[in-house]
Design a protein around this ligand. Structure first.
Ligand SMILES: C[S@@+](CC[C@H](N)C(=O)[O-])C[C@H]1O[C@@H](n2cnc3c(N)ncnc32)[C@H](O)[C@@H]1O
Length: 254
């Protein structure tokens, strides 16, 4: 895996250019929220910041968005993309489960799009979010409900790197999430497990997206020639696969 500064930047740029799928899902989550001018929103795992911009526009100049992202390269890219006209965004390089530098009970909405399945310590992340949320504040999230068989198959073809990537997935079933919310003092306001459809114009487009979204943990050069040839033969044009998401809005009641 190319972990150099330049390698990280290339993967971040790839993600920023090719994250249409995540962006569209994030916009749908945003539409479910009644965001008000002046609200303070915590964007948990803000990536390269395209949805942070949408949150910033929704809260207006009297509001604030606090964007949390542990990957410094992605955070720097977000800052660069929002130099003009987005004075209401604070960017912080922190992990959701280690968040410690914002005022307690100051946030109206925690928003997290396709991040939580990459966090091992769910309790840590939700306890932090709870500390910063106002009473009756909302936590809106969308994530994968379970591993996507097609992605697991492709990752599996890359040996150790693929196995490591698969191990970073931390999912729960719908019932486990419901129990988890109850135990952590959140009341469910909305819950859905949407069918997810992924559509790429060809296999190269898909590989580029996967490299960007996996921070380079998946790299096409890790595939041996035989696997690459088989994938290209199997997907001569469009690449389509499905998965199941988990979309929830929960209220901080304790
Ligand atoms: C698929 S991207 C989603 C980014 C953005 N929310 C979007 O929808 O475009 C997942 C992001 O979660 C971030 N992430 C991973 N672990 C995290 C953690 N422990 N706390 C906060 N963010 C994390 C990654 O660095 C990555 O930028």
């Amino acid at each position: 895996m190319n972990n150099t500064k330049e390698g990280n930047l290339q993967h971040a740029i790839k993600y920023s250019k090719l994250n249409t799928w995540q962006f569209n899902r994030g916009q749908q989550l945003l539409k479910l929220l009644n965001i008000k001018r002046g609200d303070t929103i915590l964007d948990l795992g803000s990536g390269t910041g395209e949805l942070t911009v949408k949150l910033s526009e929704s809260v207006g100049l009297k509001g604030k968005v606090i964007a949390i992202e542990p990957d410094i390269t992605r955070l720097e890219l977000s800052k660069r993309n929002t130099l003009k006209g987005f004075d209401n965004i604070d960017f912080l390089s922190q992990k959701a489960e280690e968040l410690d530098i914002i005022s307690e009970e100051s946030v109206d909405i925690v928003y997290s799009n396709y991040v939580i399945m990459w966090i091992e310590d769910h309790s840590g992340a939700f306890n932090c979010a709870k500390r910063y949320l106002k009473k009756n504040g909302l936590f809106a999230m969308e994530l994968l409900l379970e591993r996507i068989p097609f992605l697991s198959m492709v990752n599996g073809l890359t040996g150790d790197a693929g196995r490591q990537l698969e191990a970073t997935f931390h999912g729960k079933s719908k019932d486990e999430w419901v129990k988890f919310f109850n135990e952590h003092g959140f009341q469910i306001e909305h819950l859905e497990c949407p069918k997810l459809e992924f559509n790429f114009k060809n296999i190269e487009h898909f590989f580029d997206w996967l490299e960007g979204t996996s921070h380079g943990a998946f790299e096409v050069k890790l595939l041996d020639d035989k696997s690459l040839l088989e994938l290209k033969k199997r997907y001569p044009k469009q690449v389509y696969f499905e998965g199941t998401g988990f979309q929830a809005i929960v209220k901080n009641i304790k």
